[in-house]
Design a protein around this ligand. Structure first.
Ligand code: NAD
Ligand code: IPM
Ligand code: MN
Length: 361
């Protein structure tokens, strides 16, 4: 079997802790067949503090040339307050833009084993299986002009929400394609009652829908959608939305699974290259304590196996291993319930790796 080259950009805070567990799980899989070659590179504050750039050129090149990128987390509260070029988190934005990773899939799946871990009632979240498809390279994140300037003797902060129809069309297509492979329902989320970018978004998504008569398209305003996500989450199959709305909706949707520590993601470009990362950040409040939940990172590695490395059977095996560990009652603190067994980050990673080693080819 050919060797698959994985760039590992672990970054800051709990990034290295959870990413190490995903690498451990991949190594456990490799013992049964595929060959993975891991190359680690600095990113985020970790890179800025050593080489003065949160995304060193060597790291970006490594990521571009790899078969897939496994990303941890970038940024800390301290660096978030610096100018953009000195912010750890900015590395991620630059890498997404540079690799044109426009389609960010954030699957929200309510594991039956974790229905009691959510702050939401069991009967509301039971059976939840949806995807937030977040556009990742446009919107107010990247629009110009931006900045803070002085006007009439006071400071004014400026950001620009901007979408071209080409940007909307390609993510809409990705949404219809994803829906076609599932329950054939696509909900486009915008703020077309107020924003011109959203009015265009809705128009273009509706145009694209003509090529997908088998998919049911609905539209919702983002404020109503955020309510419906909590009220009737099972109604959703695939949600397609812009960069900023998707950022916010996906963290809210995380609670349908019990914890943001359960939410993986895949960011893909038109060439099929992918970056895989948990939806959560560097979690400075729990970093270095061996208590972070590594399952979002491990489930991101499963998405990597499926989408970039074309190993669907191995992806399923990794997801199965996660299910077995949860069924056995192991829980990190964020998903802990009475009667379960509390474990740390390392021990959770070890348990998943053990399950994988035990699964025969
Ligand atoms: P966060 O996702 O890091 O943390 C939010 C809350 O969730 C915290 O209470 C944290 O302890 C908890 N949490 C997160 N991941 C967890 C896990 N795996 N297990 C258990 N609990 C977990 O968001 P934040 O606090 O808003 O941001 C922290 C830093 O991370 C900031 O600098 C932010 O800019 C950055 N950030 C980076 C990314 C990324 O790299 N993809 C994403 C979001 C935030
Ligand atoms: C995410 C994060 C990032 C974003 C930050 C760290 C730049 O919140 O990946 O969801 O806003 O996109
Ligand atoms: Mn976010």
């Amino acid at each position: 079997m050919t060797r698959m080259h994985i760039a590992v950009l672990a970054g800051d805070g709990i990034g290295p802790e959870v990413t190490a567990q995903a690498v451990k799980a991949l190594r456990a899989l490799a013992a049964n067949g595929p060959q993975f070659e891991f190359s680690a590179a600095p990113v985020g504050d970790a890179a800025y503090d050593t080489v003065g750039d949160p995304l060193p050129e060597a790291t970006a090149t490594l990521a571009e040339r790899a078969d897939a990128v496994l990303f941890g987390a970038a940024g800390t509260y301290e660096s978030d307050l610096r100018p953009p070029e000195a912010r750890g988190g900015h590395a991620l934005l630059r890498l997404r833009k540079r690799m044109d990773l426009f389609a960010n899939f954030r699957p929200v799946f309510a594991f039956p084993e974790l229905l009691g871990a959510s702050t939401l009632r069991r009967e509301v979240i039971e059976g939840v299986d949806l995807i937030v498809l977040r556009e990742l390279t446009g919107d107010i994140y990247f629009g110009q002009p931006r900045g803070v300037r002085v006007e009439n003797a006071e400071r004014v902060g400026i950001n620009t929400m901007r979408y071209t129809e080409g940007e909307i069309r390609r993510v809409a297509r990705a949404g219809f394609e994803a829906a076609r492979g599932r329950r054939k329902k696509l909900c486009s989320v915008d703020k077309a009652n107020v924003l011109e970018t959203s009015a265009l978004w809705r128009e273009v998504v509706t145009e694209v829908a003509r090529d997908y008569p088998d998919v049911e398209l609905t539209h919702q305003y983002v404020d109503a959608a955020s309510m419906m996500l909590i009220r009737r989450p099972r109604d959703f199959d695939v949600i397609v939305t812009g960069n900023i709305f998707g950022d916010i909706l996906s963290d809210a949707a995380a609670m349908l699974t019990g914890s943001i520590g359960m939410l993986p993601s895949a960011s893909l470009n038109a060439a099929g290259q992918g970056l895989y990362e948990p939806v959560h950040g560097s979690a400075p409040d729990i970093a270095g304590k061996d208590i972070a939940n590594p399952l979002a990172s491990i489930l991101s590695a499963a998405m990597m196996l499926r989408h970039s490395l074309k190993q669907p059977a191995l992806a399923a095996r990794m997801e199965q291993a996660v299910r077995r560990v949860l069924a056995a009652g192991l829980r990190t603190a964020d998903i802990m319930e009475p009667g379960a067994m509390l474990v740390g980050t390392e021990a959770m990673g070890d348990a998943v790796a053990r399950e994988l080693s035990a699964m025969a080819d």
